[in-house]
Design a protein around this ligand. Structure first.
Ligand code: GDP
Length: 371
């Protein structure tokens, strides 16, 4: 049966539309969020960084680490504008195998330099394994308990995406921003397992290698190349029962270093023992580092090495760009698996496959078919 209320002539009470449910999202809050989320302009980034604003510095570092091309473009402009404010720092690379005591030591080293020399300290990291392990442990705040709550420190874990070259480039660019923000001491931490030392060495003034004693043949596991890079080798955990072994290891390292030619800097690398955990011998390490800095500033090597590093990074950037441009090229990507199969099946030599792909890539470039 028809309802009387539905009839047009019905004069009784009518039902109005219900009161609309208000949106669960506070519109003002939304507006505020929009403002907060608004991307800063290049000038705002640079102003904030130069004023030492840590939040803005962190946001700028996030841009450097981003894989989005639009972020990359802004980051590059920010870095360029920060360059004139950068360079005025002491950059120290700190390397050692996992368990050598890097984080314990950096916590103690950091507090020492902040106390003794004032200024501000940034701790950065290069960990090429971080992509695989989904998140880096190096440069992690939780591992540096005291430093992480110090008002004059800035700790940033390793960028996690990309090749070692890419990760290292991002750390190097982060150094520039940190320096522009007034950080006059920069530590770059890395795991002592191979290639990453070379990357760190290419961006620091002093390379400190943390070693452990105890096995009796400390020198065997360590690559000659890494020892040659070191401006100072420090044997950690020189405490308790381990003290004598640490001293023995130190003398073995000293003897080994004598066999190497004097480095270009003219500085004879030193070997010291210390205990990060008990804060013993830490002052001596920093006295050594500052002595080195004075030494190389006097003989001109400091300036020379920084220039060499800039040159190195120019070439590294070219290599990285070329590599990405090639491997991320859609045409190359679509052909890669096929060529790989042909090589595996013995239908094409590795060299011929590489040449085919490169020819296709360069032809595309000259036809201007890639944007
Ligand atoms: P990382 O992996 O190189 O960062 O090493 P950690 O700083 O995490 O240290 C590894 C372990 O060694 C931890 O259990 C520390 O407590 C211990 N450790 C670090 N420094 C010292 C030290 O000077 N003496 C002693 N006895 N143990 C230490």
């Amino acid at each position: 049966m028809e309802h009387p209320e539905n009839c047009e002539d019905y004069k009784g009470l009518t039902v109005n539309a219900g009161i609309e449910q208000p949106s669960s999202v506070n519109p003002y809050l939304k507006e505020r969020r929009k403002i907060r989320k608004r991307e800063l302009t290049v000038c705002e980034f640079v102003d904030g960084i130069v004023k030492g604003d840590i939040t803005i510095l962190s946001q700028a570092v996030t841009l450097i680490e981003s894989v989005k091309p639009e972020h990359h473009a802004i980051a590059q402009q920010v870095i360029e504008k920060c360059l004139p404010y950068s360079g005025n720092s002491i950059r120290v690379g700190i390397s050692g195998v996992p368990g050598a005591g890097k984080s314990t030591s950096i916590d103690v080293f950091g507090l020492h330099v902040l106390e003794k020399y004032e200024g501000k300290l940034a701790v950065l990291a290069i960990d090429p394994s971080s992509e695989r392990s989904k998140g880096s442990i190096l440069g992690d705040k939780t591992r540096m308990e005291k430093l992480s709550v110090h008002p004059k420190s800035f700790i940033r874990p390793s960028p996690s995406a990309g090749s070692l070259g890419g990760v290292a480039r991002k750390t190097r660019e982060t150094i520039i921003l940190c320096e522009a923000a007034g950080f006059d001491k920069i530590f770059v931490e890395t795991v002592g397992v191979g290639q990453s030392e070379t990357a760190v060495h290419s961006m620091v003034d002093f390379f400190l290698l943390i070693q452990l004693a105890g096995t009796g043949d400390e020198l065997q596991g360590i690559k000659r190349g890494i020892m040659e890079m070191a401006d100072g080798i420090v044997i950690n955990k020189a405490d308790g029962d381990n003290l004598d072994r640490a001293k023995l290891a130190a003398s073995q390292f000293r003897n080994a270093l004598h066999l190497f030619p004097t480095p270009d800097s003219g500085w004879e690398p030193q070997v010291l023992t210390y205990s990060g955990f008990y804060n013993l011998g830490v002052k001596e390490i920093w006295d050594m580092i500052y002595k080195y800095i004075d030494f190389v500033k006097d003989n001109g090597y400091f300036e020379y090495r920084r220039n060499e590093q800039s040159k190195y990074w120019m070439y590294e950037s070219i290599n990285e760009w070329l590599r990405n441009s090639f491997y991320q090229n859609p045409k190359i990507e679509s052909l890669m698996a096929e060529k790989e199969q042909m090589v595996l099946q013995g239908k094409l030599t590795s060299f011929a496959a590489a040449k085919d792909l490169l020819d296709i890539y360069f032809k595309g470039l000259s036809d201007n078919s890639y944007t």
